[in-house]
Design a binder for this molecule. Structure first.
Ligand code: ADP
Ligand code: ASP
Ligand code: MG
Length: 474
């Protein structure tokens, strides 16, 4: 087969008719040189609105159909701008109406039963991608490219963790060969719904919020693609979130390890699992700006930028909570750590950072705030007897914290990074609550009060002079 590019367009890149047309033009110009597979997100904000409609329905609040109605109208309005041929437009509108009518019925069902299972939650939240894929395919056809919508439920086979589903690569390869390869061979540009998968027996799942990036790399790997381009609303991966650090600088080239670490520690520009499928086959992933396609963007490869040493970027994760298991009673008590992690694993909480003080008085772990209450409950029950006998003196939770991470693959060979980081924070009076260094040594991460997160990121960014134009020739 030809060279294959997988292009994923994020929410803002398909945010309205004008953006969808711009995205379609990007695809058209790439399609002149290679086969292109398109993966789309929902139009910006749509997934949040769908989730809020489902939550209102289960709470019996408002009429959820009014939100669905406004989504129907938004997509039909965009269709009218994008498609000039009357009969194609009529056909498209029928499809958009059908999908939104089904969604409205589903919300009425949720409201009547006052029940919202993970399966139903996944189905409602996936509607945005099903709508936007149709707009994108129509827009490509308008540019005379032969495009067809492909439901990812037919291709991305996953496990049954409905809201954080994991693709089953072997099955995805088989389906991709059966469903996508024939289209590509016939010169058709498939437009696949991002974010969505299905279990082997066809029940819809979602890959977690922001999961369309992961859809793109999963499909790129399954089809042995030549490169994957993630089109978004920033110029590429920057040295920090530009919303926290306005003078953050573009990184031209980073390694899979660095990108994965950044994504894991909160850089929203990539879903945390994005790089997993492509590492083995070393497929390059680009992050580029769909609003400025002339810019080259960031290239993510095995090597990254071999001459760049030290710190490359700073990230932060808000909305996390720190749970501390501690007290002088746990010194020397065998199995406290094992029991702690068993309890945490039993509720499948996402643990972002672990730190044990050298005096062994405390084990602290940071989890997503949504997992905090059940993690605390599991720990209190696991340690019920110890708490009673004061072997473990306390298990507490602090929801007002954030994690900040300093990332760079070659930090290992550069002494003094932790020291410089902490003295930069000290100079600004920012208190460090806990510290962890991942065994990979690709990052040093630490916990600060939630209110100090932005200042901490800016302080460290400045300390390592990441904003200054350093030579980044690739
Ligand atoms: P999309 O809808 O295209 O998937 P996202 O909103 O999920 O886009 O991700 C892009 C956003 O990620 C940017 O607008 C930026 O605010 C944020 N971001 C956070 N950290 C970084 C970083 N280090 N580099 C670039 N963008 C970042
Ligand atoms: N639309 C989904 C979300 O908002 C997936 C994505 O955009 O990647 O989470
Ligand atoms: Mg995203």
């Amino acid at each position: 087969m030809n060279r294959l590019q997988v292009m994923k367009f994020g929410g803002t890149s398909v945010g309205d008719a004008e953006c969808i047309r711009r995205a379609a033009e990007i695809v058209l110009s790439a399609a002149r040189e290679s086969a292109v597979l398109v993966v789309v997100s929902a139009m910006g904000g749509v997934t949040n609105r769908l989730i809020s409609a489902a939550n209102k329905a289960v709470a019996g609040q408002d009429d959820p159909s009014s939100e669905i109605d406004s989504l129907r109208q938004q997509h039909i309005d965009a269709a009218k701008v994008l498609v000039s041929d009357k009969s194609s437009l009529d056909k498209l509108i029928v499809e958009l109406e059908q999908i939104t009518a089904d969604t409205a019925s589903l919300c009425r069902g949720i409201s009547l039963l006052r029940e919202l299972t993970p399966k139903t939650y996944a189905t409602v939240s996936s509607v945005g991608e099903r709508l936007s894929a149709r707009l994108m395919a129509a827009s490509l056809r308008e540019l005379e490219l032969n495009a067809a919508v492909v439901e990812s439920t037919d291709v991305i086979v996953t496990d049954d963790d409905y809201l954080q589903a994991e693709p089953l690569m072997h099955e995805v390869r088989e389906r991709a060969a059966a469903v996508l390869k024939p289209l590509l061979r016939d010169g058709v540009t498939p437009v696949v719904t991002g974010f969505i998968g299905a279990t082997a027996d066809g029940v819809l799942t979602t890959l977690g919020r922001g999961g369309s990036d992961y859809s793109a790399t999963t499909l790129g790997a399954a089809l042995d693609g030549d490169e994957i381009i993630i089109w978004t609303d920033v110029d590429g991966v920057l040295t920090a979130d530009p919303r926290l650090v306005p003078d953050a600088r573009l990184l031209r080239e980073i390694s899979y390890n660095e990108a994965a670490e950044l994504a894991y520690f909160g850089a929203k520009v990539l879903h945390p699992k994005t790089l997993r499928p492509v590492v083995e086959a070393a497929i390059p992933v680009w992050i580029r700006n769909s609003f400025a396609p002339q810019k080259i963007g960031t290239r993510i490869t095995t090597e990254g930028h071999p001459t760049e040493h030290g710190v490359r970027a700073i990230t932060a994760i808000p909305n996390v909570s720190m749970i501390t298991v501690g007290g002088s009673g746990i010194v020397g008590v065998i199995g406290v750590a094992a029991k702690t992690f068993q309890a945490v694993a039993s509720v499948r909480a996402n643990v972002l950072l672990i730190s044990q003080s050298s005096s062994e008085n405390d084990i602290c772990l940071v989890v997503d705030s949504v997992d905090a209450a059940q993690t605390l409950k599991a720990l209190r029950s696991a340690f019920a007897a110890d708490l009673k006998h004061h072997d473990v003196e306390h298990i507490t939770v602090d929801p007002n914290i954030a994690i900040v991470a300093v990332v760079g693959e070659k930090m290992r060979g550069t002494p003094g990074i932790a020291g410089r980081t902490f003295s930069a924070l000290g100079k600004r009076g920012i208190n460090i609550i806990a510290i962890a260094q991942g065994s990979s040594e690709y990052n040093v991460s630490f916990v600060v009060e939630a209110g100090a997160m932005g200042d901490a990121v800016r302080a460290v960014h400045e300390e390592f002079e990441l904003q200054e134009a350093r030579s980044e020739a690739s």
